[in-house]
Design a protein around this ligand. Structure first.
Ligand code: XLS
Ligand code: NI
Ligand code: NI
Length: 438
């Protein structure tokens, strides 16, 4: 690196819970071993290009606010080039093992598809150099199929067949560059794959087109030897009023219906879960039970604002729930804890990017430690096991193994006359137990 953009900020170190240094980790100690793996290996933190480098603090009522001295006077490809070393300096100082990007956040839109591809190639060469210099790896790549006006009616679900074709070409290229950069995954978030009104929408046809599109992507990945994990990222609404990938259950149903489940896992986002009227814990349990828990977009919404505010998660109880579900289903293998999160519009200074990520990383580190302690204690899982213990007897086993019919169960209950009395669910007892670890 020739010039440092943050000369006053050194690599962020672990100083422990008593530290008063805002540029230090209080909980994230990358080499600390928990349940046989280091924290670094458990959490597989990832920083995103779009919010970190492209987030300018604009909202639908207001202009950009962010102060980004490295951008001054630059635009287009020059701006794109200038952002690359800044991004990697931030990522490296935070000790991020991974990053993620959309094609059009790293490189600008060209006048034609060919020119866009050339711009992308130019930047990918720089990303590659930085990956080699720092050892930071690509968690996943993706194509931005939602900002440009051509995607106003959707990309793969557009009624305009040439937009489908354009989207295919764009994803083809995005897969190629993800592969070239050694990306460990590729994400589909259906930015505009949904509808604004059903009066103009053939939903069945749109869903079939979306499935066709994903199959073409799977085929092309095979063709070029890309072995990374494919993810689909649920979100219920915004920008469309109904997104087809609305929540984990809807995504799983769609993937199953169209024979895509063997090729996809879910990339779950905390803020999307709550927009869907679920907790993140719920979404993780749905995906985990289906063997499809792939990766996490780690952020949070504001309960008093009903949209995707993409804030950094600083709530230890939520992080604890998330890490408990994650560990229950075997932890992260290909995915990561990906900070799809942005600083607030009022947090205008470059160093706010550091405070934000440090807080997020510490919060997940706390969640991890809390979850490991709850697991070591064992009372929570023992209580769940106990709650189902009637199923471990002769009758339960026989039903689970297919040994009973309605008639045999009727016979049994006519003889008994009434089911055994129910035991307490102990909700408050268990809430108190969990709280003892937070
Ligand atoms: C938007 C999504 C998006 C995806 C990547 O709400 O979270 O950022 O993660 O396209
Ligand atoms: Ni996301
Ligand atoms: Ni989001």
């Amino acid at each position: 690196m020739t010039t440092e953009n943050f000369p006053d900020i050194k690599s962020i170190a672990y100083e422990g819970p008593a530290s008063k240094n805002p540029l230090a980790f209080k909980h994230y100690k990358p080499d600390e071993v928990i349940e046989g793996k280091t924290m670094r290996e458990h959490l597989r933190f990832s920083i995103v290009y779009w919010h970190t480098m492209c987030g300018q603090g604009a909202d639908m009522f207001g202009a950009p606010t962010a102060l980004r001295p490295w951008e001054s006077g630059l635009s287009g490809l020059d701006l794109a080039k200038a952002r690359v070393p800044v991004f990697f300096e931030i990522a490296e100082k935070l000790g991020m093992p991974y990053y993620a990007f959309h094609d059009r956040d790293v490189a600008p839109h060209g006048k034609t598809l060919r020119q866009s591809n050339e711009y992308l190639d130019t930047i990918v060469a720089l990303l590659k150099e930085q990956q080699q210099r720092t050892g930071i790896k690509l968690l996943w790549g993706t194509a931005q199929l939602f900002v440009h006006p051509r995607f106003m009616h959707g990309a793969a679900t557009s009624p305009n067949v040439e937009v489908f074709a354009y989207s295919a070409a764009q994803v083809k290229k995005a897969l190629e560059v993800t592969h070239e950069l050694g990306g460990e995954g590729y994400t589909f978030w259906g930015g505009r794959e949904g509808y604004a009104t059903l009066w103009n929408t053939d939903m069945k046809r749109e869903l079939e087109h979306l499935a066709k599109f994903l199959h073409l992507a799977v085929d092309y990945a095979k063709e070029i030897g890309f072995k990374g994990q494919f993810y689909i990222e649920p979100k219920p609404k915004e920008p469309t009023k109904h997104q087809y990938d609305s929540d984990a259950a809807a995504c799983l149903n769609f993937l199953r219906e169209f024979d895509l489940l063997p090729h996809f896992k879910l990339n779950l986002e905390t803020n999307h879960a709550t927009l869907a009227g679920h907790s993140m814990q719920h979404e993780m349990e749905v995906a985990g039970a289906a063997g499809a828990l792939g990766s996490l977009d780690a952020n949070t919404g504001d309960l008093l604002l009903g949209w995707d505010t993409d804030q950094f998660l600083t709530d230890a109880p939520t992080a604890t729930q998330m890490m408990l579900s994650l560990m229950k289903y075997g932890g992260l293998t290909t995915g990561g804890v990906n900070f799809d999160a942005k600083v607030r519009r009022e947090s205008v200074d470059p160093e706010d990017l550091f405070f934000a990520h440090i807080g997020g990383m510490d919060t997940f580190a706390r969640g991890l430690k809390n979850a490991a302690a709850i697991r070591a204690d064992g009372r929570l899982s023992a209580a769940v096991k106990q709650r189902y213990s009637s199923w471990d007897g002769t009758l339960g086993k026989s039903i689970e193994q297919g040994g009973e019919t309605f008639a045999s169960l009727e016979k049994l209950m006519l003889e008994k006359g009434e089911a055994t009395a129910n035991a307490s669910g102990r909700q408050e007892f268990l809430e108190n137990l969990v709280n003892d670890f937070i």
